[in-house]
Design a protein around this ligand. Structure first.
Ligand code: DGP
Length: 241
């Protein structure tokens, strides 16, 4: 970069943080997301809770019909619907972040890849599964709530929806493992709600502060695919993205 370019480069504007929660069903994502949003608001950080799939849109209603087994949709087609559901919200998502709102998002494109790849259908490999989400805003942090299928089942069993079966959830967990990237923070979800929330608050606070200083928003899948660390390790290394 030349001297002139260095002098004219404007500092990146402050923005909200894009925090994604992932994990298998029953890991406690919704509870932790809700608690984190309330905490951030109480701290004076503008924050909203989002979730994918967003079942309120026209595309989301098709996804809901599929998940509740009221509709059968081809595996490739439904994969593209889940991705389209994220794309249709992406402009609003970026506007909110730019306006300084932190978004706590329950599931994102990682679920998209893991759930379809776990079906192990010919032609629907990892690369194919990732392609439709390429270019979406990348989260500043992915909090992965890690819980064994056995522990999840012990929490009262799975629900009625299409994917809520132990053997399938095991395959989904395997797929998630191979998606771990540098922005991931692994959280042991077998701990108490309070203990998990405390760790999340500390880790999220550091990410919110980094984004308030103007860290640039990335794009999927430009962040590399390796390097996720356990949450305990990142508390001494919060600058890592
Ligand atoms: P939830 O509302 O978080 O319980 O999610 C509904 C179900 O849909 C859950 O079993 C996970 C699954 N799911 C979430 N996102 C995607 C996606 O993008 N693709 C697929 N195939 N499944 C998804």
């Amino acid at each position: 970069m030349s001297n002139t370019q260095q002098q004219t480069a404007a500092p990146a504007p402050p923005r909200g943080a894009f925090l994604v929660f992932e994990g298998a069903d029953r890991a406690g994502k919704s509870t932790q997301c809700g608690l984190l949003v309330e905490h951030l608001k109480a701290q004076g950080v503008p924050a909203e809770l989002w979730r994918f799939p967003d079942r309120t849109t026209a595309i989301g209603k098709m996804i809901d019909a599929y998940l509740t087994s009221q509709a059968e949709i081809d595996d490739a087609a439904v994969h593209l619907l889940f991705s389209a559901n994220r794309w249709e919200k992406s402009q609003e998502l970026q506007r909110k972040l730019a306006a300084g709102t932190t978004l706590v998002v329950d599931r994102y494109a990682y679920s998209g890849v893991a759930f379809t790849a776990a079906k192990a259908k010919p032609g629907l490999d990892r690369q194919w599964c990732q392609a439709p989400d390429a270019g979406l805003p990348a989260p500043d942090a992915v909090f992965f709530l890690s819980l064994s299928t056995e522990a999840a089942a012990a929490r009262g069993g799975y629900g009625e929806e299409r994917y809520e079966k132990a053997d399938f959830q095991k395959k989904v967990l395997e797929q998630f493992q191979s998606l771990r990237g540098p922005a991931w923070r692994m959280v042991d979800a077998s701990q108490s709600v309070e203990a998990i929330q405390q760790q999340l608050r500390e880790a999220a606070g550091a990410v919110v502060a980094r984004c308030a200083r103007g860290a640039p928003l990335g794009r999927l899948w430009e962040g590399g695919e390796a390097g996720g660390q356990p949450l305990a390790e990142i508390s001494t290394n919060t600058a890592q993205h």
